[in-house]
Ligand binder design. Structure first.
Ligand SMILES: *Cc1c(COP(=O)(O)O)cnc(C)c1O
Length: 821
């Protein structure tokens, strides 16, 4: 059936039938979780016909398809998004009215699928939404982790991690596809045989293997008939426990394979922008890449006789280096199974693969030990060695590079394999994620590679989907925008520029600010319920929500709060607009310093929130378990968006884009996509401070930063820094935060703080003062925030995906046609 033909009666019937058949209950007896499941299944059933039709169309037209390979997809909840993209929201609302259900409450029953850490995983999710909406044939490919990103609890101010049991009640939107299962092999050894025609044949022996089984999740385009697929791989043991037929040795093998399968997909590694050389992580990477590559080639061969046409039909996109084994795995299939010669296989591979770089921080670069990779994936390692041998030969023969430069560029060096280097060599495209980031790649970090491959390098500034982050997250503002300029912005965000006509109108300013106020009330209720803290919806909501990382400088933010509190203690009548500082951040469980910063934020919050002398002028709130679902509530309510990373460290940032779209002003450094935000909205409509990336890079180069000078010469700095070790925020344990104190003044291993927190502190403080002054003029402020919304058009992931499709993947749109009654 066509989604446009669905009636209230049909859908109501479907919900009631689902409750009856699945739970043996009537609607009055069903729990909220059961009603959620019943509605989700009913919505899925509407999606299914379009999903089938989409793949029928792809089958007939055989268009080029992109496979977006990513270890992370931070999807957020599906039900509300599917209802909106299918445009069945009116029908669903009427069904809920008739059944006396609150749709928001039902939607809250869905666990938030958190199969990602932060920006990288959320980018993948936004890209899928845009690909379907823009009618590009696409698959997202990843891992069906049993446990996604941990659930964060704050206990006594400390982060405590709990397992995320998102599959506990099943997932109504997934479909298991046994027929596409493939075998993935690990360990063992490679035997080289000679074939009749004298060719070497490579056979992996004594391996352990697992069966990869895909679960498909529909990705619904907005108001079209396209439903693409997120394919998440689960692992199962190949051999069951058929005990009698096993001799002793095989029994052990069966148990090993069972354990291997179970462990591979167990849990998402909770590190953001940080490499950890764990064997299980490498297994995860090869598992989903080998499964994807094999399955894609199988499917390709059903339609095509000539494997050389692969790049005309398939694009593999490598999201950071985590899926980098795509390159040697595709080579393995082309060499060992398709029996191509090396040159031909290499030509196909480089034309098929493209790579996105997400960071330049050295601690995030993946470097697998030879010992580990060659043991776990013996044939893959042989291929990487050969890729590197030929690459280094070319550097000598064609480019006549010096020994030193070849040493720096070699994929294999000092016992390690540099995955980013392999991606650059094995892809036809290497892109950064914001203009500054790409510039730094070309001129600094990847300069050597840029010189020999200038044409591979390009920029694709990140984006976010306005369907989730405005239409769904902020329905009031979405309606307001549509009322003024029509609804074209939903699928073409550049239209939102038309809002500029209204920024001087007092009536529209008032309406905009009223909507912001209502969203602030909604967040205040959430905070009352979750934190039991009363916050003033008329205060400035100053928001920093993102993973906790030293380079993102949540520490600088809380030090400034401590400073402001000092000022208020000196003068409780200080003339300032009340401010609510809102934090949301998960720290990697092993990142001790990040976790201590969370504790500091919570201790500062405790002291300040309970001090009646400062007359509620500041409140500090740490929102537990920051995820996509609560991001949607926080973003709609934000006045100020803190984007304060040390310049040059944040590759792009996408949180900044969501906040800008929702009418928050940026308080930020000239880093990542902030630079492009400033370019779009104008410097007057942002609060920019701090060192530039050039200044940071220079200071790092000549090692001239001395935080002690600032400590000695700046009383405000000295006061807050001292409060880290005098028990002011930890009376029972004055040394609790000494580690943070040391990081600011003495740095690590004698190197002063590489994030330049004290260096930027003064200009950060001044920027905050400017915000206080600007907010006091409410009309001026309203104009400023409206200009931010109006100039956010560039930051739609639709724009980003159009660029990828044209400039990297060479995709064409494929419209799916469906009859209506
Ligand atoms: C957008 C988003 C991020 C990325 O935020 P940055 O500020 O760009 O680091 C991280 N987590 C969630 C849940 C998000 O929605």
């Amino acid at each position: 059936m066509n989604r446009l033909d669905v009636t209230v009666e049909d859908l109501k019937e479907a919900v009631l039938e689902n409750i009856k058949n699945q739970f043996r209950k009537t609607i009055d007896q069903a729990s909220k979780e059961q009603i959620f499941a019943a509605l989700a299944f009913a919505v899925r059933d509407i999606i299914i016909d379009q999903w089938i039709e989409t793949h029928k169309t792809y089958d007939e037209k055989d268009p080029k398809t992109v496979y977006y390979l990513s270890m992370e997809f931070l999807m957020g909840r599906a039900l509300g998004n599917n209802i909106i993209n299918m445009k069945v929201d009116d029908v669903v609302k009427k069904v809920c009215d008739e059944l006396e259900l609150d749709l928001n409450v039902i939607e809250d029953m869905e666990p938030d699928p958190g199969l990602g850490n932060g920006g990288l995983g959320r980018l993948a999710a936004c890209f899928l939404d845009s690909l379907s909406t823009l009618e590009y044939p696409a698959y997202g490919c990843g891992i069906r982790y049993r446990y996604g990103i941990f659930e964060q609890k704050i206990i006594d101010g400390y982060q405590v991690e709990r397992p995320d049991e998102w599959l506990k009640n099943g997932n109504p939107f997934e479909v298991r596809r046994d027929e596409y299962g493939v075998e993935v092999k690990f360990l063992g050894s490679v035997r080289v045989l000679k074939t009749a025609n004298g060719r070497d044949k490579f056979v992996q022996e004594n391996y352990q293997s697992v069966k990869a089984i895909p679960y498909d999740i529909p990705i619904v385009g907005y108001d079209n008939n396209t439903v693409n697929t997120l394919r998440l791989w689960d692992a199962e043991a190949i051999v069951g426990f058929d005990l009698e037929s096993f001799d002793r040795g095989e029994y052990h093998k069966a148990v090993e394979q069972q354990n291997l399968a179970k462990s591979i997909v167990e849990v998402l590694y909770p590190n953001d922008n940080h490499y950890m050389g764990k064997e299980l992580r490498l297994k995860q990477q090869y598992f989903f890449i080998s499964a994807t590559v094999q399955q894609v080639i199988n499917k390709f061969k059903q339609k095509h006789n000539d494997i050389r046409e692969l790049p005309d039909k398939i694009a593999f996109h490598i999201n950071d280096t985590h899926p980098s084994l795509t390159i040697p795995e595709l080579m393995r299939v082309l060499l060992d199974e398709e029996e191509l010669e090396w040159e031909e296989a290499w030509d196909i591979t480089t034309k098929t693969c493209a790579y996105t770089n997400h960071t330049i921080m050295s601690e995030a670069l993946e470097k697998w030990p030879i010992e580990l990779l060659s043991r776990l994936l013996p044939r893959i390692y042989m291929i990487i060695e050969e890729i590197n041998r030929r690459f280094c030969l070319r550097l000598v023969d064609e480019y006549h590079l010096s020994k030193e430069r070849i040493h720096n560029m070699s994929i294999i060096m000092d016992g390690q394999i540099k995955m980013a280097w392999m991606c650059i060599v094995g892809s036809h495209s290497v892109n950064g994620v914001a203009m500054l980031h790409t510039k730094i790649l070309k001129n600094e970090e990847l300069k050597d590679f840029y010189e020999i491959y200038p044409d591979k390098f390009n920029n694709k500034t990140n984006g976010i989907t306005q369907r989730r982050f405005l239409l769904e997250a902020n329905p009031k503002l979405a309606d307001f925008v549509t009322g003024l300029i029509g609804d074209k912005w939903i699928t073409n965000l550049s239209h939102i520029k038309n809002l500029e006509k209204y920024v001087d109108s007092e009536q529209e300013q008032k309406e905009f600010m009223k909507i912001k106020y209502e969203n602030k009330l909604r967040l205040a209720e959430y905070i009352k319920e979750h934190n039991n803290i009363e916050i003033d919806p008329r205060s400035i909501f100053d928001v920093q929500i993102k993973r906790l990382h030293e380079y993102k400088r949540q520490l600088m933010n809380i030090l400034h709060v401590m400073h402001l509190y000092n000022k208020l203690l000196e003068n409780p009548d200080l003339d300032m607009i009340p401010r609510t500082f809102i934090f949301g951040a998960k720290a990697a469980p092993g990142y001790t310093r990040a976790k201590l910063i969370i504790k500091l934020i919570n201790n500062v919050a405790d002291v300040i929130n309970n001090d009646i002398n400062i007359k509620n002028k500041i409140k500090v709130v740490f929102i537990e378990n920051y995820n996509v679902s609560n991001a949607e509530i926080i973003i709609a309510a934000a006045d100020v968006s803190e984007q304060i990373s040390t310049a040059s460290k944040e590759a792009s940032g996408t949180g900044n884009m969501k906040l800008m779209l929702n009418g928050a002003v940026t308080l930020g450094t000239m880093d990542g996509a902030n630079i492009e935000i400033v370019e779009e909205v104008g410097r007057d409509n942002c609060f920019i401070f701090g060192l530039s990336s050039e200044e940071v890079i220079k200071l790092q180069h000549d090692d001239s930063y001395n935080p002690w000078d600032l400590y000695n010469n700046n009383a405000d700095i000295r006061k807050v820094v001292t409060q880290l070790i005098n028990g002011f925020y930890a009376p029972d344990d004055p040394d609790l935060f000494r580690e943070i104190y040391d990081s600011l003044l003495n740095g690590d291993g004698g190197r002063p703080d590489p994030y330049f927190i004290l260096k930027d502190f003064d200009s950060y403080k001044e920027a905050h003062k400017k915000i206080d002054i600007a907010y006091a003029n409410q009309r001026q402020w309203a104009k400023m925030v409206m200009l931010n919304t109006a100039n956010s058009g560039k930051f739609s992931s639709d724009r980003t995906i159009e660029q990828y499709a044209k400039e990297i993947w060479n995709l064409e749109k494929t419209t799916v046609v469906m009859e209506t009654n």
